[in-house]
Design a protein around this ligand. Structure first.
Ligand code: HEC
Length: 81
């Protein structure tokens, strides 16, 4: 599962996220030190709603100049590549 996730991440997340440096989105290194796994899951599975309803995500949207994180229609299950 981790391998599938890593490949997915490289394919669809790195256009906006790097590990160590802010790009269009934040540097994701250490994200679990500042957010809970549930929060990260909501952000990944349903960014549009999270950006609308969650105070932390709303603040991030402002901080990132209203650049909207795309909803990539990911599902909570192991996906094949
Ligand atoms: C189109 C650019 C874009 C893509 C693609 C994207 N993101 Fe984002 N992401 C953002 C932006 C911008 C933010 C900051 C919130 C906002 O402005 O919407 C963000 C925020 C986040 C956050 C919260 C970070 C923090 O510092 O709390 C996480 C976690 C995250 N993204 C994970 C992912 C993952 C995993 C993927 C791939 C499935 C992904 N993102 C794809 C642009 C993107």
């Amino acid at each position: 599962m981790a391998e599938v996730g890593a490949a997915k991440y490289k394919a669809i997340c790195t256009a906006c996220h790097l590990t160590d440096k802010r790009l269009i989105g934040s540097a994701l290194k250490g994200v679990y030190e500042r957010r809970s796994p549930e929060w990260v899951m909501n952000m990944i599975l349903n960014p549009d709603r999270t950006i609308k309803e969650d105070p932390i995500a709303k603040a991030l949207l402002k901080e990132y100049n209203n650049a909207v994180m795309l909803n990539q229609n990911l599902k909570y299950k192991a996906q094949t590549l």
